[in-house]
Ligand binder design. Structure first.
Ligand code: HH2
Length: 292
């Protein structure tokens, strides 16, 4: 999987070449996401606005996103859980709206039942911030050809930022991800379908996040799997730049590049165009270095 040409992600019928890093664009179908809540919903019923979703998705694809990540439940610290039926309904509608786009459609959910419906409706990547802890979730993905992203989180969204603590954050996150990768492989989810994610901001202080970013290469080597990172617009970017959530684009791009330098292969971002531009510069330098 991790060969000289770079890894390839298997996601349903897609084979995503990750010799160059890829971009996952975030589409939040929520009222309360910290970064962009409510933008794709309408009126007092908070129904999905299909036209706005489609336009945002097409713009992301045109700007270079290879994956679109649909989420219908916010995971920000203290967020209220969304009823299962509502989450399922919004995901189903969104997948139907975007089914013909030539990209990997990912669904960000912790519920096996939602993953189930999403796979049947055409999702080829399940992004589980629960880290694949739920055996029903692992079994559902194993029985499909979808890819699976397992993310580390200490605690749950309701309480994860109360008092996160680690003895060695890089080692502990690595051990967890290794264990989960093994559990997935054991039931038939091939490594080519697996993505690992250290879960920036999920039960981590600023110092934990910085340590994880600084040592991302060590973490990736310890688990030997393709790494996705989500740093975009997060609180750590706000803490370091002093910028409000809607002005964290530049800080997010800088952090994304640092992650790519240390081996991340997929960037989960809200701002696709600036990230793609930064990656174009990074890739040109990489190619020239390799050729000289
Ligand atoms: N971060 C968020 C949500 N899902 N999935 C992965 N794999 N990695 C992440 O870092 C990650 C994620 C939080 O960001 P966002 O979707 O913008 O906000 P919210 O959870 O409030 O909807």
């Amino acid at each position: 999987m991790l060969n000289d040409a770079g890894p390839t992600l298997w996601a349903g019928h897609h084979r995503l070449d990750l010799a160059a890093p890829a971009i996952m664009g975030v589409l939040n179908l929520t009222t309360d996401s910290f970064s962009d809540g409510g933008q794709l919903l309408d009126g007092s019923a908070q129904a999905l606005n299909p036209g706005r979703l489609r336009a945002r998705a097409e713009a992301m694809v045109a700007a270079g996103a290879a994956i679109l990540d649909l989420g219908a439940e916010s995971s920000r610290p203290g967020a209220e859980p969304v009823a299962e039926a509502l989450e399922a309904d919004r995901i189903h509608q969104a997948l139907a709206e975007l089914a013909d786009l030539p990209v990997i459609l990912s669904v960000d959910t912790r519920r096996a039942s939602v993953a189930d419906l999403a796979i049947d409706a055409g999702a080829t990547l399940i992004n589980d911030i629960g880290g694949g802890r739920d055996p029903a979730m692992r079994a559902r993905v194993a029985g499909s050809s979808a890819a699976f992203c397992i993310m580390h989180m200490q605690g749950s969204p309701a309480s994860m930022q109360d008092n996160p603590s680690y003895v060695d954050v890089v080692q502990e996150v690595g051990l967890f991800l290794n264990r989960q990768v093994e559990a997935c492989e054991k039931i038939g989810i091939e490594r080519q379908r697996l993505l690992i994610d250290p879960g920036f901001g999920f039960g981590k202080t600023l110092d934990h996040n910085l340590t994880l970013l600084r040592h991302l290469d060590r973490l990736i080597a310890a688990v030997d799997a393709v790494c996705l990172v989500g740093l975009s617009r997060k609180r750590m970017i706000g803490a370091l730049t002093g910028q409000p959530v809607d002005q964290r684009e530049h800080g997010s791009v800088a952090a994304a590049l640092m992650a790519v330098e240390r081996g991340a292969r997929i960037l989960r971002v809200h701002d696709v165009r600036p990230t793609a531009d930064a990656l174009a510069i990074w890739s040109a330098l990489r190619e020239q270095t390799a050729g000289s």
